[in-house]
Design a protein around this ligand. Structure first.
Ligand code: ADP
Length: 639
């Protein structure tokens, strides 16, 4: 055997040399990634053998259990990663480990700037691969033999990552590749069992092959020392099953649920999920879950969100937020891409057009999953979903105009149809119930459900039996600013602008005109008194039971939005509401007949303040209101 040993020393290809140098210097801050790269290479080598063995099972040499082994040697300060995959012959070793065959290598190297931070991102994009071993090692040994070849065709490759490598024949009994890294000073942590296990868990849990490590010896009790000393046992450190890569029909419901709990750290089952494999121009697999409960930090727009990103079953990152829009931040799951590089960074994801089209497809998938759930005849999953995540989905129409129509169909509201606080009415149902001549979808926005339900603005709508959406979530004003129409019908805030009810008969219109004529004098008087507080006073037909209400100008900010902005410390431009008076109300009549100017002023102010209170607004001067009210009450007894 020894006669065959031919040791040669060869130089790295120029590009390989440059890449090596760059790798060592720019990736040192993230050195643990070498584990992921080498385990991923081993897993690929096993995948290749797995495939080749389909045609020729002699390649397995009677040993078909695939595994990756990690051996640590604290004394030698080394770590060895071994696989029983396809292996390499001598020529392949020279070709694969001495040169870089990747297309675009030259232009990649040209694009380097010399700025370490920028270059490390570029190199991430390019892919670091095998050479990443040199980030932590000052000497790397590769011992490999091609599956199916004889033991004496083993090859030993060695390099210290500078200009050259040596290669010689070396007996290898088992097929596959063993890579030993002699660790640099300062990298001793990678010969430490605990540290290595945690890195494997972090990056390679879902590599489908088991990654085996020596089982830590059980704490030896005094009387069975001998047993513990002699047994060498290995155990799998990773989960060793990429569930999402299995066919849908092969995965049981319980397995889907267990996997959900694993990735979401949620104790409850998910409401539903969607598992898909996409092939064609882009290749990826996605497994998306809708949780049944909102996490405590759902409101925090910075909360951890997004999907786990895998590239070819190798874990790349958590919270890959580029794959779904913000309003779907409650979705949990996994995307596994075949097109991205293992070293893809967040910055790169942001610019990659492939990511953009995956995002569009995944968004559509989630919206479809929701609409399927909404249409389901059985159960009330959608109601559960809406209860927990409805307010987040309401951010959708503003964020994602492309899917606005789809999202609008998923929205649920409280309306005067049921007057229930539960938001369970769809816009589609509203439209079906619209009156014959009704052209708009009406809504009222208030601080809370009760205020909305009892808003004086609804009086005329209730009288005429026209349905109004009752909105009271913080996000509602924002939503309605972006949702302009549904099914060709515009939305109309009933507290905004002049009352415009299509379908009013001629008589009604005439009556209204007569009403404003009759109340001209009263309106004039009230305007004078309240000049500083209102932008306009007018007579209205929209009230039946109330004396007055406040209306927002067509182009002014809604009062709910204004309150939210003010609460957030935003300085808002002054804007005065319009006061509408119901001339038929006894209070208005009383006002009209009041000869005493002081009392008139007092009563007008009280009416205005009450209109503010009914909306859930705050009085500028509550003490003034109480004093005026009390004077009136006292006068009542005296009178
Ligand atoms: P990449 O994996 O991106 O092609 P690498 O530098 O990581 O680049 O590896 C170069 C080549 O070396 C691989 O394409 C593969 O053919 C070969 N290789 C690396 N590791 C192994 C291994 N453990 N077993 C077999 N071949 C390997």
């Amino acid at each position: 055997m020894t006669a065959d040993v031919k040791k040669e020393t060869l130089g790295f290809q120029t590009e390989a040399k440059q890449l090596l140098h760059l790798m060592i210097h720019s990736l040192y801050s993230n050195k643990e990634i070498f584990m992921r790269e080498l385990i991923s290479n081993s897993s690929d080598a096993i995948d290749k053998l797995r495939f080749a063995a389909l045609a020729d099972d002699t390649l397995l040499e009677g040993q078909g259990d695939y595994a990756i082994h990690i051996d640590l040697d604290k004394e030698a300060n080394s770590i060895t990663i071994s696989d029983n995959g396809i292996g390499m012959d001598r020529d392949e070793v020279i070709e694969n480990l001495g040169t870089i065959a990747k297309s675009g290598t030259a232009s990649f190297l040209e694009s380097l700037t010399g700025d370490e931070r920028k270059d490390s991102q570029l190199i991430g994009q390019f892919g670091v691969g095998f050479y990443s071993g040199f980030i932590v090692a000052d000497r790397v040994q590769v011992h490999t033999r091609k599956a199916g070849d004889s033991a004496d065709s083993g090859v030993l490759w060695e390099s210290s990552g500078e200009a050259e490598f040596s290669i010689e024949s070396n007996l290898k009994e088992t097929r596959g590749t063993s890579i030993t890294l002699f660790l640099k000073k300062g990298c001793e942590e990678f010969a430490d069992d605990f540290r290595v296990r945690s890195v494997i868990k972090k990056y390679s849990d879902h590599i489908s092959v088991p990654v085996m490590m020596l089982k830590p010896p059980a704490p030896a009790s005094e009387d069975d020392v001998s047993e513990a000393d002699t047994k060498i046992e290995f155990e799998s450190v990773n989960e060793a099953s990429a569930l999402w890569m299995r066919g849908r029909s092969e995965v049981k419901r319980d397995e889907y649920k267990a996997f959900y709990k694993h990735i979401s750290h949620d104790y409850d089952d998910p409401l539903t999920w969607s598992h898909n494999k996409v092939e064609g121009k882009l290749e990826y697999t996605s497994l998306l879950y809708i949780p049944a409960k909102a996490p405590f930090d759902l409101w925090n727009r910075e909360m951890s969100r997004g999907l786990k990103l895998y590239v070819q079953r190798t874990f790349i990152m958590d919270d890959a937020e580029q794959f779904l829009p913000l309003y779907l931040r409650f979705i949990k799951g996994v995307v596994d891409s075949n097109d991205l590089s293992l070293n893809v960074s967040r910055e790169i994801l942001q610019q990659d057009p492939a990511v953009e089209s995956m995002r569009n497809a995944l968004t559509k998938r989630v919206l479809d999953m929701l609409s399927k759930m909404a249409k389901a005849k059985k159960g009330n999953d959608y109601a559960t979903f809406w209860k927990h995540f409805g307010t987040v989905l309401k951010e959708g129409p503003a964020e994602d105009t492309t899917n606005q129509v789809k999202i609008a169909k998923l929205l649920r509201f409280s309306t005067t149809h049921t007057d229930l606080e539960e938001q369970d009415q769809s816009l589609e149902n509203y439209v079906v119930r619209m009156q014959e001549k009704q052209e708009k979808i009406y809504y009222v926005v208030a601080e809370n459900f009760n205020t909305a339900k009892k808003s004086p603005h609804l009086e005329v709508f209730r009288k005429k039996g026209i349905e109004v959406l009752l909105l009271s979530d913080r996000v509602d004003d924002w939503l309605m600013n972006h949702l302009r129409e549904f099914d060709g019908k515009q939305f109309q805030d009933v507290a905004r602008g002049a009352l415009d009810l299509a379908g009013d008969s001629e008589e009604e219109k005439e009556a209204q005109e007569a009403l404003s004529k009759e109340s001209e004098a009263l309106v004039e008087r009230v305007s004078k008194v309240l000049e500083a507080r209102v932008s306009e006073v007018r007579a209205t037909a929209r009230l039946t039971d109330s004396a007055a209400c406040l209306v927002v100008g067509d182009f002014d900010m809604g009062s709910q939005m204004r309150r939210i902005m003010e609460a957030a410390g935003q300085e808002m431009p002054e804007s005065k509401p319009i006061l509408e008076i119901n001339p038929a109300h006894p209070l208005a009549e009383m006002l009209d007949q009041e000869p005493d100017e002081d009392r008139f002023e007092s009563l007008a102010n009280i009416i205005f303040d009450q209109a503010t209170l009914v909306e859930g607004g705050q009085l500028d001067d509550p003490a003034d209101y109480v004093a005026r009210m009390n004077n009136l009450l006292v006068a009542m007894r005296q009178g």
